[in-house]
Design a protein around this ligand. Structure first.
Ligand SMILES: [Zn+2]
Length: 458
C-alpha cells in the first residue's frame, strides 16, 4: 500500500515533467522550423500602409496573420495576410487608408507583429516593431524636445519656433496651474492652408474644420497659414490643451463638464486676461446680468454663434476665477477627482467645498452679480438685487439661458474627445453642431458677428 501510494504520488509529477520537456522541445523546434527571412513595411499617407514579409518553414505554412495596434492602446487588430501556402511564402497585408473607417492621423505610432502557423501545428510570433506613420507628401521641418515634436513645412524657422515655444509654455501652465503632466510626448502637425488640412484629416470631417485633436494618438493636426500666426498660436494652444487634459482625465465613467474642458483651453490661450475674442461679449453679458448658468454650461455648448462665444468666454473666466480664488492645488485636486469619473457636483464639493450652483454664485458675486434665483445663496440674500441695465427681451440669468438656445443634452460627453475642429476663416459657422459645438468652430465668423452684436448693444 505504501509503495502504491508513493507511486500514485509520483506518477502525475513524472507526467508533468515529461509534458513540460515535450512542450519545451516542441517550442524550440517550432521556433527553428519557422524562419523569418525578411519583414518590412511601406506607406503612402491617405493611401496605404503595406506590411510584407517572407517566411520559410519545414512544414507547409498554412496561416499568416498580421497584428497591429496603436501604441498606448490595449486593443490589437488581427488580420489575415495574403499569401500562397507553401514552405517558403511571401505574405502581405495592406491597411487601406482610403477607407474612412481605417483613417489614421499623421503621427500615428503603430506596433505590429506577425504570427505564422504551419500544417503540423507549429506557430511563431515575431518580435514587435514600431512604425511612425507620417504625411509623406510634404517636406516637414521639425522641432523636438522630450515633450513634443512640432512639424511644419511653410513659414520658415521663426514661424515654427514661435509655435513650438508657445506650445511649451502652454505645457508649463498645465503643470503649474492644473497639476497636469504629459503622459506621453505629443506631435503637432501644422498644415499651411485649409485645403492641405482637409487633405490630411478624415474625409468624415466637416468642411469647415480648422483642426483636430486626437487624444488617443497624442496628435494635434491644425491648419495655420504663415500670415495667420497670431490666430494659430492661440488655436494650437487651445487644441493641444484639450488633448493633454483628456489624456490626463480620460476614464470610462464620465467626462469633464464642458465649461471646465473648454475653460481650461481658453484660459491657457491667455492666462492674464480673457482673450479679446471673448472679452467684449463676456463683459457685456456681465453688465446686463445675462450670463449663462454653470449648469447649462456643463452640457454641450449652444450652436448659436453668439451664445457659443459667450459660453467659451464665460468658461475661461470661471477657470481663471477658480485658480485665483481657490488656488492651483484645488484645481489639480478637482481634475484628479474627475479623472476617477466623479459626478460634477460631488467633485466640485470635494475639491472646492461648493457644488455647481455654489461655485456659480461665488463667481457671480466676484463680478458684483446677485446669486442665481432659486439657489440657497439667493434665499439667504432675498430680496434679490434687480438686474442693472436689463434690456427688454434679453436673456435672463438662470434657466432662461436654456430657453435661449441651449441644446438639451445630457451632462457628460462620450468617452474620449470628439475631434475638436477649429475655425476655417472664410467658412460660415455651422448652423447645427453634431455633438456639442466643436471647439473654436467658426470662431472668426462668430467674432465678426459678436462685434456687430456688441457694437449694437453699445
Ligand atoms: Zn475647445
Amino acid at each position: 500500500m505504501v509503495r502504491l501510494t508513493t507511486r500514485r504520488r509520483r506518477t502525475p509529477v513524472a507526467i508533468i515533467i515529461f509534458l513540460l520537456t515535450a512542450w519545451l522541445v516542441s517550442t524550440a523546434s517550432a521556433q527553428e522550423s519557422i524562419r523569418v527571412v525578411n519583414s518590412t513595411w511601406t506607406a503612402e499617407f491617405r493611401q496605404h500602409i503595406t506590411f510584407t514579409a517572407q517566411f520559410e518553414a519545414a512544414a507547409e505554412i498554412t496561416e499568416v496573420n498580421l497584428f497591429y495596434r496603436i501604441v498606448g492602446r490595449p486593443a490589437a487588430s488581427r488580420n489575415d495576410a495574403d499569401f500562397t501556402p507553401g514552405t517558403s511564402v511571401t505574405a502581405e497585408f495592406v491597411l487601406d487608408q482610403t477607407k474612412p473607417e481605417n483613417y489614421l492621423p499623421p503621427g500615428t505610432e503603430l506596433e505590429y507583429w506577425w504570427k505564422i502557423t504551419t500544417a503540423d501545428g507549429n506557430q511563431l510570433k515575431t518580435e514587435r516593431e514600431t512604425i511612425l506613420y507620417l504625411d509623406n507628401r510634404y517636406d516637414w521641418q521639425t522641432l523636438e524636445n522630450e515633450r513634443l515634436t512640432l512639424y511644419w513645412y511653410e513659414g520658415g524657422d521663426s514661424f515654427g519656433q514661435r509655435l513650438f515655444d508657445r506650445a511649451n509654455e502652454a505645457l508649463d501652465t498645465l503643470e503649474t496651474d492644473f497639476g497636469i503632466k504629459l503622459e506621453k510626448p505629443i506631435r503637432i502637425f501644422i498644415y499651411a492652408n485649409h485645403g492641405d488640412l482637409l487633405g490630411a484629416i478624415s474625409t468624415a470631417s466637416q468642411e469647415w474644420t480648422g483642426g483636430q485633436a486626437f487624444p488617443d494618438y497624442g496628435v494635434v493636426v491644425i491648419g495655420i497659414s504663415p500670415s495667420q500666426l497670431d490666430w494659430g498660436l492661440d488655436a494650437t494652444t487651445h487644441e493641444m490643451t484639450h488633448l493633454v487634459v483628456h489624456q490626463a482625465t480620460d476614464n470610462p465613467y464620465g467626462d469633464l463638464p464642458r465649461w471646465l474642458d473648454e475653460g481650461i483651453a481658453v484660459y491657457n490661450e491667455n492666462r492674464d486676461q480673457l482673450d479679446e475674442d471673448f472679452r467684449g461679449i463676456f463683459e457685456a453679458a456681465v453688465k446686463q446680468n445675462a450670463l449663462m448658468t454653470l449648469r447649462t454650461l456643463s452640457s454641450p455648448f449652444p450652436a448659436d454663434p453668439l451664445k457659443a462665444n459667450l459660453a467659451y468666454g464665460q468658461s475661461g473666466a470661471v477657470v481663471k476665477f477658480i485658480i485665483d480664488e481657490y488656488g492651483p492645488e484645488a484645481m489639480a485636486k478637482l481634475l484628479d477627482i474627475f479623472a476617477e469619473g466623479a459626478l460634477y457636483d460631488e467633485a466640485l464639493q470635494e475639491a472646492l467645498g461648493v457644488d455647481t450652483d455654489g461655485l456659480d454664485n461665488a463667481f457671480r458675486a466676484s463680478l458684483g452679480l446677485p446669486p442665481l434665483p432659486g439657489t440657497a445663496d439667493a434665499a439667504a440674500e432675498a430680496p434679490a438685487v434687480p438686474a442693472e441695465d436689463q434690456p427688454a427681451g434679453e436673456a435672463q440669468p438662470g434657466e432662461s439661458a436654456a430657453e435661449a438656445g441651449q441644446e438639451p443634452a445630457p451632462a457628460g460627453e462620450p468617452a474620449g474627445t470628439p475631434p475638436t475642429p477649429a475655425p476655417a476663416p472664410p467658412e460660415p459657422a455651422p448652423q447645427t453642431a453634431p455633438l456639442g459645438l466643436p471647439c473654436l468652430a467658426g470662431l472668426l465668423p462668430v467674432l465678426a458677428l459678436g462685434m456687430v452684436w456688441y457694437t449694437r448693444q453699445k
